[in-house]
Write a protein that binds this ligand. Structure first.
Ligand SMILES: Nc1ncnc2c1ncn2[C@@H]1O[C@H](COP(=O)(O)OP(=O)(O)OP(=O)(O)O)[C@@H](O)[C@H]1O
Length: 278
């Protein structure tokens, strides 16, 4: 596994370590009587890869959508750098299974891009041959690469990826995470992604945020994966996998990421009134 562009230090410039691209403070979202997010503080800095992990229904997609501005906070606020350009790979794309749709058309459906740009994006995600393929005939891994191409075509400053490796086998997942790492360097963008498989992702990320409606712990992958709350939910096997698949990217990170923070009460469901566990 080669580290892409290992000589390029990140974050990209000192001022970016000070002013985040996006910052959520005390973010809470309730739907009906359910608390989906509860007092989440999270800053996204230029050039970093943040991975949000957590069990089903923990609020990961809701947090991603809130950071993008697609969900309104019930409490707290989210600051976004003005004119911020984002790219989004959604968890589900609702496409009419009856209508024929080529990859080329999918990539230009909502935004105009030159044929050269479309071809370049497909080449970057290593599926240049799929330009004229029908979307409905793509494999899971091909579809995720096409959706990644669609997201990077917008030259985003922040790339939001909601489970980018779903439907992809284990070896394919590692390749895809490597590709995401390369995209981050090539496009100089931050990446915020959700993963269901903390085993694989930990080595490709600068910072892991372990979410269970609130942030249970956050920090560098090797620290979070040893956190008692993390081990309680994902099991000790996670730490073992980390040893198998480890990158050694030599770049700097914002200082706040240097240690795991936080403590989770997710094993004490009824601890707080109005908690989502109640
Ligand atoms: N509009 C809504 N109304 C009521 N509940 C909702 C709504 N949207 C999401 N939820 C609930 O909020 C919880 C968090 O959903 P979310 O999709 O953010 O979780 P997640 O961590 O991404 O889950 P998964 O890993 O299964 O994709 C879920 O229990 C979901 O059913």
């Amino acid at each position: 596994m080669n580290a892409p562009f290992p000589d390029l230090p990140l974050p990209l410039s000192p001022e970016h370590t000070v002013t985040p691209l996006i910052e959520a403070r005390g973010l809470s979202i309730t739907k009906g009587r359910r608390t989906i997010l509860d007092g989440v503080d999270l800053a996204v800095h230029d050039g970093e890869i943040i991975t949000i992990v957590g069990p089903n229904g923990a609020g990961k997609s809701t947090l991603l959508r809130a950071l993008m501005g697609l969900e309104r906070p019930t409490r707290g606020d989210i600051q976004r750098q003005s004119g911020l350009k984002i790219g989004y790979l959604p968890q589900k794309l609702h496409l009419d299974p009856v209508l024929p749709l080529t990859v080329e058309r999918l990539l230009t459906l909502t935004h105009r891009h030159s044929p050269a740009a479309v071809q370049a994006a497909l080449t970057e995600v290593q599926v240049p041959h799929l330009l004229r393929a029908q979307v409905h005939g793509l494999s899971g891994g091909e579809m995720q690469r096409v959706l990644l191409a669609r997201a990077i075509l917008r030259e985003p400053q922040v790339l939001f990826l909601d489970e980018p490796t779903q439907g992809v086998d284990y070896a394919g997942q590692i390749e895809l995470y490597d590709l995401i790492g390369t995209v981050r360097y090539r496009h100089r963008c931050a990446v915020v992604m959700i993963s269901h498989d903390p085993h694989v992702v930990t080595a490709t990320t600068d910072r892991v945020v372990f979410l269970h409606h609130r942030i249970c712990c956050a920090g560098r992958p090797e620290t979070v994966t040893r956190h008692p709350d993390y081990l309680r939910l994902f099991g000790g096997a996670a730490a073992g996998h980390l040893a198998v698949y480890t990158h050694h990217h030599h770049h700097t990170r914002p200082t706040e990421t240097s240690d795991a923070v936080g403590g989770c009460d997710c094993t004490a469901p009824s601890a707080r009134p109005g908690s989502p566990h109640a």
